[in-house]
Ligand binder design. Structure first.
Ligand SMILES: [Zn+2]
Length: 126
């Protein structure tokens, strides 16, 4: 089951910009390059301002000030992105942010971003 959509977090940043965080734990260098190429190609269509992959988290900044940026458009962006990740088989299996293994049974927040994690891994760190 693909769960990326469930853990996508959105924050309001400065300057009227929304920031979307997509944890991609276990993403390889090659997959990261493909993802960045995809976003570069779709930048206009998806009305993306800036994007980067940092510490296995895809960070997308959207300019709300752009005219016509609606909830429908936001859903279009997320659906397109999730479909792309699924096709590329990127982060399709929930992976623990701590031990990088599967079979996760919980979530944890790091810097306010929600990640999949094992409950045991979470309790071991807190
Ligand atoms: Zn773990």
């Amino acid at each position: 089951m693909f769960t990326a959509r469930q853990i996508i977090d959105v924050f309001n940043g400065q300057n009227n910009c929304k920031i979307v965080y997509v944890p991609l734990v276990g993403i390889t260098q090659a997959q990261a390059i493909r993802t960045l190429d995809y976003l570069k190609e779709k930048k206009k269509d998806l009305k993306i301002n800036e994007f980067e992959i940092s510490n296995q988290v895809l960070v997308i900044r959207l300019k709300e000030v752009l005219k016509g940026f609606s909830l429908e458009h936001f859903n279009h962006l997320i659906d397109s992105l999730v479909l792309f990740l699924k096709k590329q088989e990127i982060a399709t299996t929930p992976t623990c942010v701590h031990c990088q293994n599967g079979d996760v049974n919980g979530v944890m927040k790091i810097d306010k971003i929600q990640f999949h994690a094992h409950q045991d891994c979470v309790s071991g760190t807190s």
